[in-house]
Write a protein that binds this ligand. Structure first.
Ligand code: SAH
Length: 344
């Protein structure tokens, strides 16, 4: 039995096999991996790709993650936050365009405290009872996560960034804790959210061992969603000038995650599209089944600058949606705008 079949059969991978797959230049083996991953995705979700509308709430952030363009030490970053009205307008535009999942993401901005954020969530919940509300607002207290859930949020994306505590320490300032991040993920799951974790591919100091830990974490945590994309070196951060992650490595990891956790919701991320003109299409061909077109107001798009050269900062929401849909259709997939819940 070959390695790929074994991984699929056992829903597990050894460190040695991971190293082989990530370092091989055997194109046939990679094509076999791609087809196996795509077949798994097809078996669960068919040729359907779920569209989520992304709304970037705020570029203010109290954190100082070394990789991120919105870190608080970056005095050059342009800061904005959407008003409640702007957020509701984004949802309305998105709803009319057919979106049934809204992803509200932002820096860790104290302005969006529990009172304000719960009001926003419950307003959107009442207006669009048929929509899923996904939040991606970083680390908050368990009470806060619970209140937002009670207000009507359904899903939460919080990348673990790396499952190796020592590696985490090299990507974040001392006041941030790997254990706290893990505790947040656990709390979110216990509260009843559909939870997404994830990591950057090719982040500084990442090794086969840390990636192996990431895959084993995904196996044991059994998240509903996994967001991975290449690390993109960003100006005015301590990692400016570090090498970017690669598209190739990201695609191989997407495929492996699909084989290890076949039902997972797996986005072809904007970062992948940033490093390759057909990055998101390739992601889908390697087993991804979610894309997240941007619904943020065009006036602020370019200022949600978590990394350099981010794509889709010029288009209107409708253009973004149409472009994404066309790209998906072109490679033989069907974009769907229903809630696209995780299949138990
Ligand atoms: N503040 C929220 C949202 C963060 S932005 C939170 O903490 O969850 C979403 C993701 O973008 C991050 O989790 C990180 O994995 C990714 N990201 C940040 N900087 C990046 C960079 N330079 N290159 C690639 N991805 C990056």
């Amino acid at each position: 039995m070959n390695i790929i079949d074994k991984i699929k059969e056992q829903r597990d991978i050894t460190r040695e096999d991971l190293e082989l797959i990530l370092t091989t230049d055997n194109r046939e083996a990679i094509e076999y991996l791609r087809q196996a991953a795509r077949a798994e995705a097809d078996a669960v979700y068919g040729n359907k790709i779920f569209m989520r509308g992304l709304i970037e709430l705020s570029s203010y952030c109290r954190n100082d993650c070394l990789y991120c363009g919105l870190r608080r030490s970056n005095k050059e970053a342009v800061r904005y936050r959407l008003t409640e009205e702007e957020i509701y307008d984004c949802c309305e535009t998105g709803y009319k365009l057919g979106f049934r999942t809204f992803v509200m993401q932002g820096g860790e901005d104290g302005w969006f405290n529990d009172e304000r954020m719960c009001r926003i969530v419950s307003t959107v919940r009442q207006k669009y009872p048929d929509c899923a509300i996904t939040l991606s607002l970083g680390e908050r207290s368990r009470e806060s996560y619970q209140a937002l859930f009670d207000a009507g949020a359904n899903r939460y994306l919080l990348r673990h960034e790396t499952a190796d505590a020592e590696h985490y320490g090299k990507l974040h300032p001392a006041e941030m804790s790997w254990q706290h991040r893990m505790d947040c993920l656990q709390a979110l799951k216990e509260i009843g959210y559909q939870v997404g974790c994830g990591f950057m591919v090719g982040s500084p100091f990442q090794t086969i061992d840390t990636l192996y830990a990431d895959l084993q974490f995904i196996r044991s945590f059994q998240p509903h969603m996994v967001g991975i994309g290449p690390f993109v070196s960003t100006h005015n951060t301590p990692f400016e000038g570090y090498p970017n992650g690669t598209v190739e490595m990201t695609l191989r990891l997407l495929a492996l995650i699909r084989l290890l956790h076949p039902r997972v919701l797996l986005p072809a991320t904007t970062a992948l599209g940033t490093l390759h003109p057909r990055g998101r299409e390739l992601g889908i061909q390697f087993g991804a089944n979610v894309v997240m077109p941007n619904l943020s107001p065009r006036t602020h798009r370019k200022d949600y600058a978590i990394y350099d050269n981010k794509i889709c900062t010029g288009e209107e929401a409708a253009e973004c949606r149409a472009c994404t849909e066309q790209r998906i259709r072109k490679i033989g997939f069907e974009s769907v705008v229903d809630r696209g819940d995780y299949k138990e």
